[in-house]
Every structure is written in structure tokens, then in C-alpha cells.
Design a protein around this ligand. Structure first.
Ligand code: FDA
Length: 310
């Protein structure tokens, strides 16, 4: 099956203003709201409550204040202020200090230097935090890695990057990041990509993921194995045990609302598992990517909309 076919469909839906309006009307505002399965809420208080519940299950978390592709410097500055507020609230709450963010949320499409300044403000304020820079579509891979390497070169050590197994270039990128000594989160890749840059078939993406995860375990620095795919998880477990790696030298990561059963069973087996907790009002593009990964989710959404209409 073409991994990209459903991504394409939901990418088109994500651009529909009508759908976006309907989603923001029904998606989060009632107890049956369908987006709530994947998004912890609209406010930082809701995210902190979700994070506390995750910690009480013995899991770790990273909070993502949703937003991307801002088109003006004032929006980028507002997003930066929001992140600073989130960092303060997390510190006050006394929960694990780990955030994920996107460079286009901080203004990368508008002005690269301003996006870097915004990121620096967050890195400097967020003392004791680990900040993961999410990877966006392949149009941003090079610039994201360039910015990451520049900040690493300037001595920032509380940052990590994401690499996507579906891109052909990732094997080379993985080597560069391993040579730096920086932390990688390995994902399959959530964006619709062309065959000039990315594998199109799920089997090819999975084979690339399996190769990359083994290398990361061999040479990486506290890699984050971010997948819900039990086959990939088993490959990682077997390879880590062949290498005699302790369960504290890597972690698994999964998205909020997906495979809670597997999250729990890995923790019971002694592994570290971090849950990616998205929250905020700008949830629609994130939500559409989750639908694109698993079209069966659409049934869940349609049932939600039908029950809202009653
Ligand atoms: P795969 O898609 O093969 O799914 C394996 C199984 O997991 C499915 O059979 C199903 O049981 C379950 N599953 C997967 N997705 C589901 C969904 N949406 N709803 C319900 N069940 C689902 N991508 C990116 O491009 N840049 C990034 O920065 C990140 N960041 C990130 C952080 C974390 C912590 C995770 C887990 C993932 C990301 N991703 C990402 C997303 C990633 O690229 C990928 O799209 C999803 O993880 C789905 O791929 P899987 O590896 O789970 O495999």
C-alpha cells in the first residue's frame, strides 16, 4: 500500500477552511469531542493535568504547544511568548521539564534569524529543560539541521533533533548528528513527500527505520525510538539486548492517545517511555496528520461528529 496516499488525502483536507471551521466548532468543546483523543486540551493547565496523569503511570512526557507555519514576525513573537509562559508554568507545576517545538512556529518561514533568536530565548529561559526540535516536511530538513548544528556549535546542549526514516537523506544525517554527540528522535515521517526525496511504500519506510534504529542504538546518544509499530519496537529491544545496552540508555516515545496499552506494557518491562503531549488551540494540522497515518481514525471522527449532531 502507498504510505503517502492517505497522507495526501488528509493534507488536502487540512487545507479546507470549511473543515477547519467545523473542526474548531466541534472538535474540542464537549466531553465527546473527537479531537480530545489525540490532544490534551487547549490550555496549559489541561496539558499539565495530562502530564501529571502520565507521570502517575510511570511514564515520561514532552509537551508540545501546538502551532506551525506562522506567516508574520508578530505571530512568531507571540508563539515565543506562549512557549516562555508554558516553560514557567511547567517549572511552577514541578513536572518533568521537556518541550517539543517547531521552527516554523517560531517564524522560520518569515525570517530565519528571528526564528533562531526566538529559539534562543526559549533555550535560555527554560533552565533545566530539554527542548526537542520537531522535524517538519522535507522543505525544512536542511535548514532545521543547519540551525540545530549552529546552536550545538554555540554550546547549547539541552537540545535534540528529529530524523525521519522515510527520507533517503536520513542515513547520512544520522551519521552527522551521531558525530556531534547529539540526541536523535527517530520517526517514520508524518508528511506527504515526493518519490524524489522519500520512500513511498510502507515496507520500504519500515526497512529504513529498522536499519536506522539499529545504527542509533550502536552509535547514537540516548536515542528516542518514536513509533507505535510493535515490529520496530521489537527490533529495537532485541538489538539493544544484543548490544547489552541498559534500559536507561535509550527511550521509546509515543503520541498522546495512541497505544496506551503498549506504553504501559513497555514500562512494566522496565523501559523508559515518553508520551508526546500536544495541546493548544492550533490543533487542526496535527490532528489531520494523525488521521493521515491511520484512515481507520476517520470512523472515530465521524461517529464523534454524528453524536455531536444529536
Ligand atoms: P505506523 O504508521 O506503521 O503505525 C504502527 C501502528 O501504530 C499502527 O498499526 C497503529 O496501531 C498505531 N498507530 C500509528 N499511528 C496511529 C494513529 N494516528 N492513530 C491510531 N493508531 C496509530 N513525525 C514527523 O514527521 N516529525 C516529527 O517531529 C514527529 N514527531 C513525533 C514524535 C513522537 C513521540 C512520535 C511517536 C511520532 C512523531 N512523528 C513525527 C510521527 C511519525 O513520523 C509517524 O507519522 C507516526 O508515529 C506513525 O508512525 P508509526 O511509527 O507509529 O508506525
Amino acid at each position: 500500500m502507498l504510505a503517502n496516499a492517505s497522507k495526501t488525502f488528509f493534507h488536502l483536507l487540512a487545507r479546507s477552511d470549511l473543515l477547519k471551521r467545523a473542526a474548531s466548532r466541534y472538535g474540542m468543546r464537549s466531553p465527546t469531542a473527537f479531537a480530545r483523543r489525540f490532544i490534551a486540551g487547549e490550555t496549559v493547565e489541561e496539558a499539565i493535568a495530562a502530564a501529571r496523569a502520565i507521570e502517575s503511570r510511570g511514564l515520561l512526557h514532552t509537551l508540545d504547544f501546538l502551532g506551525e507555519s506562522v506567516s508574520s514576525l508578530s505571530e512568531a513573537e507571540a508563539a515565543t511568548r506562549d512557549y516562555l509562559r508554558v516553560a514557567d508554568a511547567v517549572t511552577q507545576a514541578g513536572i518533568i521539564r521537556n518541550l517539543s517545538l517547531k521552527l516554523t512556529q517560531l517564524g522560520l518561514d518569515v525570517d530565519r534569524a528571528s526564528a533562531v533568536d526566538n529559539l534562543r530565548k526559549i533555550l535560555e529561559r527554560a533552565e533545566g529543560f530539554f527542548i526537542r526540535i520537531d522535524m517538519e516536511s522535507s522543505a525544512y530538513t536542511q535548514v532545521t539541521l543547519d540551525i540545530f548544528e549552529m546552536l550545538w556549535g554555540q554550546g547549547y546542549r539541552n537540545i535534540g533533533i528529529v530524523l525521519q526514516a522515510d527520507l533517503y537523506r536520513t542515513e547520512a544525517d544520522e551519521e552527522r548528528i551521531a558525530a556531534l554527540g547529539a540526541r536523535v528522535r527517530l520517526v517514520k515521517g508524518a508528511y506527504r513527500e515526493s518519490k524524489t526525496v522519500a520512500y513511498q511504500k510502507k515496507a520500504d519506510v519500515d526497512a529504513a527505520y529498522a536499519r536506522l534504529v539499529k545504527r542509533l542504538l550502536e552509535r547514537g546518544h540516548y536515542p528516542a525510538i518514536a513509533t507505535h509499530d510493535i515490529n520496530m519496537i521489537n527490533i529495537a529491544r532485541e538489538h539493544a539486548s544484543a548490544l547489552r545496552l541498559g534500559a536507561d540508555s535509550f527511550e521509546f516515545q509515543m503520541l498522546y492517545g495512541i497505544r496506551r496499552d503498549l506504553q504501559g506494557s513497555l514500562v512494566r518491562d522496565g523501559y523508559r517511555v515518553r508520551v508526546y503531549v500536544p495541546f493548544g488551540r492550533q490543533w487542526f494540522p496535527y490532528f489531520m496528520r494523525r488521521l493521515g497515518e491511520r484512515p481507520a481514525n476517520l470512523g472515530f471522527v465521524l461517529r464523534g461528529i454524528a453524536s455531536e449532531g444529536r
